[in-house]
Ligand binder design. Structure first.
Ligand code: FAD
Ligand code: NAD
Length: 395
């Protein structure tokens, strides 16, 4: 009989871990595995707040995919998928078509703008290497422009929409970067304003309130102005309109207000919630049992029936389970159920500061920031061993 074909879409956390596990476990000629990704590199999304603000090198936040996979076991195709045809068991790429017996969708999330006017057009997002290089250059350029038009205070006003983990981590870095930029461009630091605007009654809704208070104080001391319980209602090229009909003039708006699943799932007729598929216990689509969905494109419910937040941590664990289940399906063995093991949450607040919860223990300050670095190094070790830790680790 023919060798089963596995196609993996996306080499993010879920997709790359699936591919790496498959190449370890599959025997010779047991399956044809093809990994498709838009770029020839995997990006360390959890690091992107640093290159976005200019406090970290974007090169450290990406890894060449061919350094992670064994080309004798996994075919890598650098291409953009444009359509999934689940009934035909085909994927349409920008430059060709792939047929599969099993499909893994790990295409990651897209910014969720909730239909708020102007956000799609005028706000920037922290999503990819290209998007963060753009934000970094844009920020520097505002300082240069201000020197030519000193009455344009809006060049020095930075709005970050949403105080979830992405927004909080980014303003922490931006507040560290501003003094450097002020020095470089001879700008009075008191003219620079960083706003973090959050609709919910608190920053980091759902996170430990004591740590949230600590984190906000650290950031406020660095100059971040919080507007909590204040929704962004519209974004224009001149700035943002917020609840209470106040308009903040700002030449820079970064939207970190949430994510949704990849639009291709909706387009292909998958049943979704905000573009994400609620997968079965084995990480498969309830509609198509030969399609596995991992990472930000999927929803897994916790024992209380609420969705787990979409994180790199869960995506990585899903990748391991998905690979196991693909091998089991090919060998005719029973699939195993996915269970998420929460290893803790740590968020950085800029240089030497972080907050985190691991088990029942809370961490803050430098010890939390060391913990954050260890978490990042652990991931590099999982996908690329010691050599990758040495090349890309931030110590
Ligand atoms: P992603 O990692 O998003 O990757 C998707 C891949 O698919 C990419 O390689 C992309 O290029 C590719 N792709 C997309 N569209 C196409 C297409 N049409 N064709 C081909 N390829 C395509 N989570 C944590 O657990 N801990 C953290 O500390 C943490 N920090 C974060 C910090 C920031 C700044 C951000 C933005 C997120 C952070 N997250 C963190 C969340 C985490 O990054 C995501 O949950 C995780 O990246 C999701 O992984 P994924 O496998 O779904 O896909
Ligand atoms: P999020 O959905 O977690 O947070 C978005 C925030 O924006 C929310 O607090 C929401 O109330 C707010 N918001 C929504 N609409 C708004 C509006 N109109 N005006 C103002 N505020 C508005 O999104 P995120 O922060 O990008 O995180 C995405 C996922 O990635 C989460 O699961 C998160 O846990 C994970 N993540 C984890 C880390 C970490 O562990 N260190 C870091 C970054 C992201």
């Amino acid at each position: 009989s023919r060798i089963p074909r596995i196609v993996i879409l996306g080499a993010g956390y879920g997709g790359i871990v699936t591919a790496i596990r498959l190449q370890k476990v599959l025997n010779y000629n047991e399956a044809d595995v093809t990994l498709v990704n838009k770029h020839d590199y995997h990006y360390i999304t959890t690091d992107l707040h640093m290159p976005a603000a200019g406090t970290g090198d974007p090169e450290k936040a990406r890894v060449n995919i061919l350094k992670l996979i064994d080309e004798f076991k996994v075919d890598f195709v650098k291409s953009t998928a444009v359509q999934i045809r689940p009934h035909e068991k085909k994927v349409i790429l920008e430059d060709g078509t792939l047929s599969y017996d099993y499909l893994v969708v790990g295409l990651g999330g897209e910014p969720e703008t909730f239909g708020i006017p102007g956000l799609k057009e005028h706000a920037m997002n922290i999503r990819s290497i290209n998007s963060v290089r753009f934000i970094r250059e844009h920020i520097e350029y505002q300082f240069a422009k201000f020197k030519r038009e000193p009455d344009r205070k809006d060049y020095l006003t930075f709005v970050v929409g949403g105080a979830g983990f992405t927004g909080i981590e980014f303003v922490g870095e931006l507040a560290d970067r501003v003094p450097e930029l002020c020095k470089e461009f001879d700008v009075d630091p008191s003219l620079v304003k960083i706003y973090n605007i959050e609709a919910a009654p608190t920053a980091l809704p759902g996170f430990d309130p004591e740590l949230v208070e600590y984190g906000m104080k650290v950031l406020a001391d660095k100059g971040v102005i919080f507007k909590i319980g204040t929704a962004i209602k519209e974004c224009t090229p001149e700035g943002v309109l917020i609840a209470g009909d106040e308009f903040i003039k700002a030449a820079t708006v970064v939207w970190t207000g949430g994510i949704r699943g990849n639009h291709m799932l909706d387009d292909a007729g998958f049943e979704t919630m905000r573009g994400r598929v609620k997968v079965d216990a084995h990480l498969r689509s309830p509609q198509f049992e030969n399609i596995f969905i991992v990472g930000d494109c999927s929803i897994v419910m916790n024992p209380e029936g609420k969705p787990y937040p979409p994180t790199a941590q869960i995506a990585t664990q899903q990748g391991e389970c998905c690979a196991h289940n693909l091998v089991a399906a090919i060998r005719g063995n029973p699939l195993k159920e996915f269970t998420f093991v929460n290893r803790g949450v740590v968020a950085s607040l800029g240089r030497g500061e972080a907050i985190g919860v691991v088990g029942n223990r809370k961490f803050r300050g430098w010890i939390a920031s060391v913990l954050k670095k260890l978490v990042d190094i652990r991931y590099l070790y999982i996908i690329g061993g010691i050599p990758l830790v040495l090349r890309k680790g931030r110590f």
